[in-house]
Design a binder for this molecule. Sequence first.
Ligand SMILES: Cc1cc2nc3c(=O)[nH]c(=O)nc-3n(C[C@H](O)[C@H](O)[C@H](O)COP(=O)(O)OP(=O)(O)OC[C@H]3O[C@@H](n4cnc5c(N)ncnc54)[C@H](O)[C@@H]3O)c2cc1C
Length: 402
Amino acid sequence: MEAKKNIVVMGAGYGGITAALRLARLFRLHPEYQIHLIDRNPYHTLKTQLHEAAVRKTEISIPIDRIIQRQNIIFHLGEATRIDSIGHIVRMGNRSLSFNYLVIALGSQANFYNIPGLQESSFPLQTLRDAQQIYDSISQLCAYAATEPNEERRRDTLRFVIGGGGLSGVEFAAELADHVAQCTRNYQVNPHEVEIIIIESGSRVVPKMDESFAMRIHKKLLERGIKIITGTKIDSRTPDTVVLSSGEVLRTRTVIWTGGIRIQELVKESGMKTGQLGRIIVDEFLQVEGNLFVYAIGDNALALNPYTKEPVPAAAQFALQQGRLVANNIYATIFGGVRRPYRPKVLGEVVSLGRHLAIGWLALPLSKKITFVGFLGSLLKTAIQERHIFLLRKESRKWITY
Ligand SMILES: Cc1cc2nc3c(=O)[nH]c(=O)nc-3n(C[C@H](O)[C@H](O)[C@H](O)COP(=O)(O)OP(=O)(O)OC[C@H]3O[C@@H](n4cnc5c(N)ncnc54)[C@H](O)[C@@H]3O)c2cc1C
């Protein structure tokens, strides 16, 4: 019997799980092709909701076996350690898997920019494990502060510094402000002793968003008692302090680092051409330069927006679009169809500022936009998150239940 041809998807995040499901659907009448999916975790993480899990312990993972059940997908649980794009082999420790086509969708990780002490003494917010650690630490600190008789030490314990005022930093800060109110009530801690401080190196928070939105978000954060220090970097970190580029020293037990991302070494070591942040350079079909059989998507891909010539941002909405596109393009390549170039569609931007407030906009037909502020915005944010689960369900033709 002839060996099956392997289409391997690395990473079961937004881009990877979408690509794998679409491939399984397209190839359902071609049993000579086998779809493989690799991830280090047995679950798909709803990464855009990590800030909620870190503060409220909400459920943000879906078991992969539920998503792919009865699909022509073999799931490999393990850490991918090497990509041999020339020899067509992916390694997971001492296991290896050969591929005919490969989709790289391993996402990104925190970039600590070699800031002294930062990696050792701060919490990144990139994985479910990070979120669980943050949740445990905040709960412990609240409990500890309740029994600490010394006011200065109490204040140091209840000072939370967020490094990076981008989307994830502000969403986390606002969520924390909500939670702290509950924590101070539960443990009878004086709420005036709690401080949440965002440190942003740019001149404003959410620097990638439109200025008018950034100003509104800034105002809402201040209203919630969050301090914002812009135009300032974290220079170094010890377990008890943060030294800022202004020379100011903040005493704190907790730094949440959301100040930047980078791509894993594994990608760099594969010899593929990389650009900004270590993202893999891809062509308009999301194919890795110079390799007909390897595609990169999501945070891993340095795809250019053909209209603006700017790199497509690392965001879930683009990873999802790219996952669907590469699956279609691989199918088209094999069966002589027409491959389509990637044209990013910006569907909107919504920033949640705690449980009941969000600010953002959604794209409407004819290049129109609708903006949202307030509770309606937070309903919209929930709807966007639900839409992802709905699309997964639709793609897998199954109901996924938690
Ligand atoms: C706190 C936070 C909030 C965000 N909010 C938003 C938002 O509101 N809107 C938005 O559009 N974007 C948001 N983003 C960005 C968005 O989450 C990412 O752009 C998106 O997840 C990228 O999708 P991806 O498929 O490239 O990678 P991911 O979704 O990160 O998936 C990568 C997968 O690869 C697996 N993996 C990684 N390395 C290995 C390895 N070596 N071996 C095996 N498996 C591996 C991981 O376990 C993971 O399942 C947010 C990000 C964060 C951190």
